[in-house]
Ligand binder design. Structure first.
Ligand code: SF4
Length: 94
């Protein structure tokens, strides 16, 4: 299961995100090309746009379920403040 604490910072904010388990297999980019892209400098995928239509939502869910290493999560933060709070909580409130 993807961990918010390991989320790549260059995902766009929002519920879907990729964490550092990504092995750059390309499946999510093939399945949901409107929403996932490759970060070439790092050699991994990130979410470039959160799903905005039922079709994109379906594609993102399919990508998440198909990811071979479960590097895609759907409990990402909607704002920087939410992200900061979630990361703080993940670190035990420190
Ligand atoms: S499907 Fe998973 S492992 Fe493959 S590129 Fe996407 S996030 Fe990375």
């Amino acid at each position: 299961m993807a961990e918010l604490a390991n989320r790549y910072e260059n995902n766009v904010l929002g519920k879907y995100f990729v964490d550092n388990q990504c092995i750059d297999c390309d499946l999510c980019r093939e399945t949901a090309p409107a929403n996932f892209t490759r970060y070439d400098d790092g050699g991994y995928s990130v979410v470039k746009k959160q799903p905005a239509t039922p079709e994109e939502e379906k594609a993102c869910k399919e990508a998440m379920e198909g990811c071979p290493v479960e590097a895609i999560g759907n409990s990402g933060p909607d704002s920087e403040a939410e992200l900061a709070a979630a990361l703080k909580a993940a670190k035990g409130g420190k």
